[in-house]
Structures are given as structure tokens and as C-alpha cells.
Design a protein around this ligand. Sequence first.
Ligand code: SF4
Ligand code: SF4
Ligand code: SF4
Length: 274
Amino acid sequence: MLTEKYSLPLENKKMPKPKLKLGFYGITGCAGCLLSVIFNEDEILDLIQLVDLKAFPFIKEVNPDEQFDYVFMEGLVADKGDLEELEKLRQNTRYIVSLGACACTGCVPAYRQFTLKENYEHLLYRKQKEVEDIQPTPIDAHVKVDYYIPGCPPDKREIVTFIKNIAIGKEPKPYENPVCVECRKNGNQCLLDLGKPCLGPITAGGCNSVCINGNFECWGCRGPTKDMNLPLMIKILKEKGFDDKFIQDRMRTFAGLKLPMLEQFFNVKVNVKC
Ligand code: SF4
Ligand code: SF4
Ligand code: SF4
């Protein structure tokens, strides 16, 4: 005969929900995005209580055979090893989060696609022949990506908010407005009006216009907005006196692979000898 305790229906017992299993990984990149996670000094210990942190370079053993709910991936695919690791992790996780500009757009390392080899060859490691080089590309060129946290590096508060949201089952929402919206709210003088080549109007915000707050123009590290007006941005920059090469070069620095339509607006192509 069952005791009262054991005869309770299952749904009446309060079972604690298992914590989400998270893994952080890095392929070709500089580790700056991963450091943005750790540098949440005030909140990192609280965050670790909310989730089950299974893998994190420098902190926990990195085991790509683990099964995850979310894998946060820093870096872009630049060699065969990157691709193999990414594909394996994709198989072992429910969701992949593209963490930072390298993973989201290809960032500065992908600029190699827009210049000649002779411009950078001398900068490569001597052991370059041992690396099975492939065209540098963001991770969504190879696997399905579920969420994007852009930026070089990403805003650390955005990472915290993302993790807190998924921990309570709330769908994370990307910031949709261009950088100009936050810039105006912050009361900055417009750098375009001062003749500086700011890409804020076509760049996704969410960084609190940090560069313009410090009097530096936006270079577009968070990638283009979905509804950007690229022809108007180019027209404005041309009217300010910037030439075709400069504009293409600037727009391609962080997000060139996400602007494949750029060439149609120019007579001069950038991928020439520097
Ligand atoms: S996005 Fe920036 S900070 Fe992150 S890995 Fe790439 S270069 Fe480093
Ligand atoms: S400074 Fe740049 S981001 Fe700010 S309003 Fe002007 S164009 Fe937009
Ligand atoms: S202002 Fe532009 S370049 Fe600076 S962090 Fe924001 S998106 Fe990146």
C-alpha cells in the first residue's frame, strides 16, 4: 500500500526545472567577445547560479561532445578546424548564438576577401602552410544560427540580459533601431554634420552609441540594419567629399560580407593593391 506521500499525483509535486546547459566556444577570433562575458564582474557569479555552465575557455573544460541547450560561438570560420568544431557543436546543441562581429558578419578578419593577397601575405604566420585555410566567413554561412549578439566586442550588458531572459524562458529580442536613435537620445552632436564619415544611420544599435559618445564615428561593427537605406547613406558620404574607395573600404571593414550589393553603387572597386 502506497503512503500518502507516494500516492500524490506527479503534477502536484513541485519539481525544480533543470537549468539550461550553456557552452561558450571560440574559433578564429581574438577572445574579446568571451572576455566581455567574464568582465561582467558585478553579475557573473549570479549568472552562473541561473544556468549550468558546461564549457568556457579559461574557466571550464571545453568538451565539444557535451549536449547543450545553448552554444555561444565566438569567431569566424577561417580554416578547416574551425568548420569541423562548428559543425560538431551544431549537432550537439538546441540553439546556437552567434557571439560578436566575427561570428555575425566576419568582421575585420573577413576583410581579407576584399583585398589582394600581396597586401597581407607578409603578415601571416610562418607556419601558414600547416593551416588548412578557407575563405573567412561568418558562422551562418555554414550552419543554422538561432540568435545573434553583434558587436566588436559585444556589449556586456546585452550578453547578461540575453542569458537572464533565456534562463526564465523569455524570448530574447534583438535591438532593431539604428545607432542614430541612441545617439540622439544621448544628446550627441551629429558627426555627419561635422563632415565625419559616421555609419550610424545604417548600423544596428544596441551599443548605446558608445563610439559617438566618445567622439569617434560609428564604423558599423554591429552590422547593417534590416531596413537600411544604403543608397542614401552612400549619397550623403559622397556629398561630404568621400570618394568611392574610402566609402567601400569603410563599409567593408566590419560587415563587408553582409553588404554584397555594395559594388553596384560604385564604378571603382576596392580590392586593389593598398
Ligand atoms: S568580434 Fe571583435 S572582439 Fe570578438 S573575436 Fe572578433 S575581433 Fe575579437
Ligand atoms: S553621429 Fe552618427 S550615429 Fe549619431 S546621429 Fe549622427 S550619423 Fe547618427
Ligand atoms: S557606435 Fe558603431 S562602431 Fe561603435 S560600438 Fe556601436 S555599432 Fe559598433
